[in-house]
Design a protein. Structure first.
Length: 147
């Protein structure tokens, strides 16, 4: 008839169970957003006089990838749309998918006119040459001392 579990323990079990449920929801929530973080996994490696940027973009066509430079910001954008239609005597199937994603990078100190790249087997590789300093070495400021 009555539960012989003390009230305090019952409350603790309820709170612990609630905490476990929140942990599970939090893990699922994080897993959902992790899938977006991995959408454009990017590595940047310094290689002497240039940087090499490698970005994973599997399954895309060259028309899907746009690289733009605005001032000192380079943006890699992906815009992919897919449509599929199947017809049979007993059914019609129509599917549409759209995928948009972009990443932007600060490219101060990069010679923008000499950026080159390639896309092969789902891997975008950009070579970002460092800008040459026009005035190398120490610089001095002329000051008028009023002599």
């Amino acid at each position: 008839m009555f539960s012989l579990v003390p009230m305090r323990r019952r409350n603790r079990e309820f709170v612990e169970g609630f905490g476990r449920d929140l942990d599970r929801i939090g893990r699922d929530f994080n897993r959902f957003f992790d899938s977006f973080d991995n959408a454009m996994a990017t590595d940047i490696v310094e290689k002497g006089d240039q940087y090499e940027l490698t970005c994973e973009l599997p399954g895309l066509e060259k028309e899907d990838i746009k690289i733009s430079i605005d001032d000192n910001i380079m943006t890699i954008a992906v815009d992919r749309r897919m449509e599929r239609e199947e017809k049979s005597e007993s059914y019609v199937l129509q599917e549409r998918r759209a995928y948009k994603c972009s990443r932007s990078f600060d490219i101060k100190g990069i010679d923008k006119d000499k950026i080159s790249g390639s896309y092969k087997d789902g891997l975008l590789t950009l070579n970002l040459p460092k800008a040459k300093d026009e005035d190398e070495g120490q610089q001095y400021v002329n000051i008028d001392f009023g002599d």
